[in-house]
Design a binder for this molecule. Structure first.
Ligand SMILES: [Zn+2]
Ligand SMILES: [Zn+2]
Length: 268
């Protein structure tokens, strides 16, 4: 278990913010009960951003540029939408130990300081989660939802693909171009590595399927011959005409050739 890093309390605009685990994200927060008993949470990074830029638009996320949620200097804060924010963090991975099966697994690092969230007891791997009652239920719920929204999803998917076709193609081309040598190298290596096995497989296949392969070969040959015969039958007249025309057109050339040939045949 990773240790939980402690940070001193911070005063900002007359409010004290404490270093807290909110969900799975560590940040400076101030929670209290509202008038009707509901929890009201102020998060320092959001309040600092608002103090400089004004109210955060709906759905806005304040991102710590250096990914350190303890650094709440205005220069370290950036407003993002939920999706662009997710993109920033999507490539980060963190190593966690499953509390159920003990397996070490990688999880996308969605939160700024999930390393400190390691102390949370309910960390388990995907496999274990899907075996748990909550996982089984969520799978069922997701299935039902997907079924109910099938057409909508297909429509959305189609639209998305149509809108992003060019972009995806370009990205793929760029990726392939950038990794060309790598890929070639890998393929070559794989090919060389599997050569013996491939040859052995081929030999084995040939020896066990000899009759079948021969029969197929003969069938292919027969088929080709038949196709050729049919073609000639269908084109007999036109071919005859074409040949006659060709001979007429090349008459001089043919005669010249004949003369030359005959000259070599009959030495004087
Ligand atoms: Zn962020
Ligand atoms: Zn597990």
């Amino acid at each position: 278990m990773a240790e939980i890093i402690e940070h001193p309390d911070v005063e900002f605009q007359g409010r004290t913010y404490y270093w807290r685990l909110k969900g799975t994200t560590w940040c400076y927060a101030n929670s209290r009960r509202g008038e009707s008993g509901e929890a009201v949470t102020h998060r320092l990074h959001r309040d600092v951003w608002e103090s400089v830029h004004g109210p955060i638009p709906e759905g806005g996320v304040v991102h710590h540029i250096d990914t350190n949620p303890a650094n709440n200097d205005p220069s370290n804060l950036e407003l993002k939408t939920r999706s662009t924010h997710a993109l920033v963090h999507s490539s980060e991975k963190v190593e966690l130990t499953c509390s159920v099966c003990g397996k070490v697994f990688l999880k996308p690092k969605k939160n700024h300081d999930i390393d400190s969230a390691k102390g949370k007891p309910a960390v388990c791997c995907r496999e274990c989660w899907f075996k748990s009652p909550g996982g089984i239920k969520s799978k069922e719920v997701a299935k039902q939802w997907n079924l109910a929204h099938r057409e909508e999803r297909a429509e959305y998917h189609k639209k998305w693909q149509a809108e992003h076709t060019e972009e995806m193609r370009r990205k793929r081309r760029e990726y392939e171009e950038a990794h060309k040598d790598e890929r070639e190298e890998y393929n070559k290596k794989l090919y060389a590595e599997n050569r013996e096995k491939r040859l052995a497989d081929m030999k084995l296949y040939y020896s066990t399927h000899k009759e079948e392969i021969k029969a197929k070969e003969f069938a292919r040959k027969d088929e080709r011959a038949e196709t050729k015969r049919l073609w000639h039958e269908a084109h007999r007249e036109s071919e005859r005409i074409r040949m006659r025309e060709w001979r007429l057109a090349n008459r001089e050339k043919a005669l010249e050739y004949d003369r030359k040939y005959n000259a070599t045949r009959r030495p004087k």
